[in-house]
Each structure stands twice: as structure tokens, then as C-alpha cells.
Design a protein around this ligand. Sequence first.
Ligand code: FAD
Ligand code: FES
Length: 265
Amino acid sequence: MKILKGEILSNEKYGPDIYKMEVFSPYIVKNARAGQFVNIKCAPQGVMDPLLRRPLSIFDIEEKFNVFSILYLVKGRGTRYMSTLGRGDGLDFSGPLGKPVDLAGTRNSLLLIGGGMGVAPLNLLSKLGLDAGKNVLILAGFRDSSLLRWERDLVRMGVKYRIFSEDGAWGEVGLLSDHLFDEYKLFADHEVFCCGPEPMLKVLQKELVVENIDATVFLEEKMACGIGACNGCVVKIKTGSGDFDYKRVCKDGPAFKLSEVIFDD
Ligand SMILES: Cc1cc2nc3c(=O)[nH]c(=O)nc-3n(C[C@H](O)[C@H](O)[C@H](O)COP(=O)(O)OP(=O)(O)OC[C@H]3O[C@@H](n4cnc5c(N)ncnc54)[C@H](O)[C@@H]3O)c2cc1C
Ligand code: FES
């Protein structure tokens, strides 16, 4: 992990309150792996407010051009500041952070399940999975068609996908969690990865435990240091003894076994 400065090549509106930022960074392109993130300083040089960097998944990597991208929703001060940046501006960030997912050790077919902005880390996973010769299927659910542009990326990548939206404006109508098990057998022969809102993850966890199938989940927590030093991002993870340990999302994750995560009620 390094503190880095990268030049922003573009920061385009991708949907309402959603932006895709492309950053020139040979270091990230060379060193980042699936499931990792960067921690971005969200204030001009010399300004320390807000103090904490904001964690964003690496959405895509274009090796040929030494460019990585992030896809982000404007939520509060940090991401609003990011949305004001443009081509030629510098970006102060650290990375790559988090434990990478080792795709070499996975099955030949990947099933990626994403809800809303939870698709961000799955995009790179999908690309690297395809590059590694794996079959990849994405199931993704959204409230509306705000992220419609993402479908162009999926088509370009040549990945198989099924999209659901609650209002029916994009793909099939309905809640992703109602359709997760349309093809139950997929879960038996695919390596499953998921990321999204907690209610969706809880449904998935409950169903998969019954079938004795596990998945890898990418968790999100508010972060401070981003490097495992402050314990600001802990989650409860079951241990073998029926008890649990606190694990840091930034250092021990963000990928965990879904069956081991204890979601607070
Ligand atoms: C490992 C990791 C990867 C992430 N990847 C992405 C990504 O690719 N794209 C993306 O849009 N977002 C991603 N997030 C979430 C993103 O970090 C937050 O949305 C961002 O930090 C909000 O900062 P802000 O200053 O704009 O909002 P703030 O003013 O800090 O917060 C605005 C609202 O968002 C809530 N919030 C802040 N941080 C989080 C969080 N981590 N999880 C849930 N709620 C939060 C706050 O409680 C508050 O209600 C990721 C988070 C983590 C931990
Ligand atoms: S943010 Fe400090 S330990 Fe994770």
C-alpha cells in the first residue's frame, strides 16, 4: 500500500448522483487485485477537512492505458467533493487496500450477485474472472434504471447477466432477492460472490446456510485509517468455537465468508 497521486482522466456522470472516475496510476494497475479498494482524500491539497479518507472499490482496470476507475454514488461531503473534480485534477489516495480475492483458487464458474452500488467490486471481479478463462454470470438488482449505463460495460465485457429492477424500468421487473434462486442448481456448481444492501445479504445468507453452500461477501463499513490500525471498521465474524471475533473490514476483508458474518439486527 502506498500514498499516491494520480491524474484524473475523466469524472463523468454515469447516472443521477452516480459518477465514474478514471485515474492514471501505473502503480494501482500493476498491483491491484480483485476485491481491493482505494482510500481517497476528499479535500483540496492543504485542507484537512474532512479528515478521513473515503473507501471506494476498484471498479475497473485498463492495463494498456495504466488507468483504473471507480464508480461512486454521491452520498455526503466526501463523494460530493469528488464529483466536483475534473480532467487534469490530481487525486490523493492510498491503495491498493484490503485482502485480494484469489481467483486462481476458485471454481471454473463464478456467480456474482450484486444489489445497487454493490455491483462496483463485482465489475472488476467479473473482468478478471473472464480473463482467467472462467464462466461468469452476474445477477444484479436495482431500485430503478439509474445505473443503466453499466449494462454497456457488461456488453463490452461479453459477460452473461440478468438484471432486475423494482420499478421495471430496466431488465426484468422485481426484487433480486425474489429471483435469487430461480435456478438453484447454479449455486451448486458456481463460486458465489455477493455485495449489496444488508437485507439482500441476509436473505442470501439464510437460504445458502440451509443448502450448505457458502459465498464470499464484500462488506462495507465506515472507515478511518483504512490500514488496520484503528479498529474503526470492525464486524463480527463467527469462529469455529461457536463464538465470534471482531475483524477489520479494511485489513482482514472486505471479502469474508458469508456464512461467518454476524449481521446486527
Ligand atoms: C471497502 C469499501 C468499498 C466501497 N466501495 C464503494 C464503491 O465502489 N462505490 C460507492 O459508491 N461506495 C462505496 N463504498 C461506500 C463509500 O465509502 C461511502 O459511500 C462514502 O465513504 C461516503 O462518504 P461521504 O463523505 O460522501 O458521505 P458521509 O458524509 O461520510 O456519509 C453520508 C451517509 O453515508 C453513510 N455512510 C458513510 N460511509 C458508509 C459506508 N462505508 N457504508 C455505508 N454507509 C456509509 C453515512 O452514515 C451517512 O449516512 C465503499 C465502502 C467500503 C468500506
Ligand atoms: S479503518 Fe482503521 S482498522 Fe479499518
